[in-house]
Design a protein around this ligand. Structure first.
Ligand code: SF4
Length: 286
């Protein structure tokens, strides 16, 4: 469900920042849609797909108070920046069904965060993720590889820091210049080529595109991405924590299926880019 469109922030890599203005639906309209989904269509889980759900605390609190009054058996998830939450907001959200937050974390390096106009610092991420964990809200962190000025050591630092954050899930992506983003405009100016324009005109083939502002080569970025996933998920601590928190046989089987798929992929690709990483050494390296 969408309760707002656009985003008032201006992260350079983000297509939403470049494309439209931030607009919100009223709490009454959001609550009416939830009620209809719940009673007419039997919906019990909602993913609020807003680019950044907690932008307006007052509006969110009105929605949460309305949800509490409706007393529905509902669980929901949302996406947010880490600098928009406090304990009161998260606790109220949890009490009316919030189960997981998808955080835009991106990097552990404050210079990189400034360069990409994320305008957060790692301490804010640590505080937000910690607050959510204490309230038993699950944390998923979005991380990026190949940011402006980023080197191999920055990526290793980010992934090792993400492990200490004890995120329930990490989604790690390569930074690409998306159409409509400031990053794409910068790269078009720097290189004189607008890949997406040429693609639409049929002059370019579909391909994986790269951020030339990074100090990584394309091959390094790709290998680091694979290393990051294996290094993050195949740790004894992570595996044990996930097993302890698993609530049903179905959930356990889902995790096993994903692990088997990752393992089979491992043997066909070179993920041993980082010399400190060994698949059979489950403890996180420093
Ligand atoms: S990355 Fe998130 S906070 Fe930044 S502009 Fe995009 S939606 Fe907004």
């Amino acid at each position: 469900m969408l309760t707002s469109t656009g985003c008032p922030y201006k992260c350079t890599f983000c297509a939403i920042a470049g494309l439209n203005h931030y607009r919100e639906r009223t709490p009454a309209s959001v609550l009416a849609e939830i009620k209809e989904c719940y009673y007419e269509y039997g919906v019990r889980e909602i993913d609020f797909f807003d680019a950044c759900f907690f932008v307006n605390k007052k509006r969110c609190m009105e929605i949460f108070h309305g949800l509490k009054k409706m007393d529905l058996d509902l669980s929901w998830t949302c996406r947010s920046r880490v600098d928009l939450v406090d304990n009161e907001l998260l606790q109220t959200a949890r009490d009316c069904g919030l189960r997981m937050i998808f955080w835009g974390i991106e990097s552990a390096d404050k210079d990189i965060l400034t360069r990409i106009d994320k305008n957060i610092v790692p301490a804010q991420t640590e505080a937000a993720v910690g607050m959510a964990r204490k309230l038993k809200i699950k944390n998923l962190g979005f991380l990026m590889i190949g940011n402006a000025g980023e080197e191999r050591n920055d990526v290793v630092k980010t992934i090792n820091w993400a492990k200490k954050l004890e995120l329930d899930y990490a989604q790690i992506c390569r930074t690409i210049p998306k159409p409509g983003s400031l990053l794409n405009r910068q790269i078009t100016d720097e290189t004189g080529q607008d890949y997406w324009r040429d693609f639409i005109l049929g002059k370019e083939q579909e391909k994986r595109i790269f951020n030339p502002q990074s100090r990584l080569t394309e091959e390094e970025a790709e290998k680091l991405l694979k290393w990051a996933y294996y290094s993050y998920y195949f740790r004894l601590r992570f595996i044990l924590r996930t097993l302890v928190n698993t609530r049903s046989l179905g959930e356990l089987l889902r995790y096993c299926r994903v692990a088997i798929r990752m393992l089979s992929h491992y043997f066909y690709t070179d993920v041993r880019f980082n010399k400190n990483f060994s698949f059979f050494r489950f403890f996180p390296h420093k």
